[in-house]
Design a protein around this ligand. Structure first.
Ligand code: NI
Ligand code: MN
Length: 241
């Protein structure tokens, strides 16, 4: 069977490097997930600044996911979605328009349907005293054209990914593959199998300490018989639609 190229029907996906993605909705709204551009060493210079952001989704508190939140939140006060404890911490630091939710919850916001999903990871922010800020999460984003993107956040593979498939049926999964701080390519291949997605975009690799590569994910997918799954290897700054 041949692979089927992904059709996002008017949704644009831009990878800004690491776990940071920008989605443009069919209505032209700009959604940023895990805002880390200015201080992200793999984000190309011309993509660090984004003129207009309508919605920011945050998976967890670690600096490689929230490092530039204050800058984006200060520029045009987008809605910032996070789990309750992390959202309260943002608000305590002066972030306006914080909208908190929790795992399993669904919100309709800026023309998209957003579900917060489980992730197996920790969540803290760098301050004294050291602060835990709830648990780490992922998101399923459904657009007005019914296309659905699953951003796993930082996580290991977990069996409940089957439930994410059953309930939300994502078209494409954005999965960390770097290893060390998240799952590596082999677990990501099992995650792909549990999620039953036809398209996977590897992320969260390429920085010091990360050993996982897209080539290793491709091999691991094939080893599970998932030759038909399209692995889309993006370059930081690249947009697909
Ligand atoms: Ni993390
Ligand atoms: Mn991370």
């Amino acid at each position: 069977m041949a692979q089927h190229a992904m059709q996002m029907n008017g949704v644009q996906i831009t990878w800004l490097g690491h776990a940071t993605f920008k989605f443009t909705t069919p209505e032209g709204k700009i959604i940023l997930i895990d805002p880390w551009t200015y201080s992200n060493p793999v984000c190309p210079e011309e993509y660090k600044h984004i003129e207009k952001v309508d919605l920011i989704l945050v998976t967890h508190g670690h600096n490689d996911h929230t490092g530039d939140l204050m800058k984006f939140a200060g520029e045009n006060s987008p809605t910032v979605v996070a789990i309750v404890e992390l959202g309260k911490w943002f608000a305590s630091k002066g972030v306006k328009n914080v909208f908190t939710m929790n795992i399993g919850g669904i919100i309709h916001i800026q023309g998209v349907k957003v579900t917060m999903t489980k992730a197996i990871h920790t969540s803290s922010v760098d301050e004294e005293p050291f602060a835990y800020v709830g648990v780490a999460a992922g998101y399923v984003i459904e657009f007005s054209n019914r296309r659905r993107i699953y951003h796993a956040g930082d996580t290991a593979a977990f069996n409940d990914m089957q439930l994410i498939h059953k309930i939300y049926k994502p078209d494409v999964a954005l999965l960390p593959i770097g290893d060390h701080h998240t799952m590596g390519p082999e677990e990501a291949a099992f995650a792909t199998q549990l999620l039953r997605v036809n398209h996977v975009i590897p992320m969260h690799y390429g920085l010091p300490g990360s050993t996982g590569t897209p080539a290793a994910l491709r091999n691991a997918l094939n080893a599970l018989g998932l030759n038909d799954v399209e692995m889309i290897e993006m370059k930081p700054g690249q947009t697909i639609s």
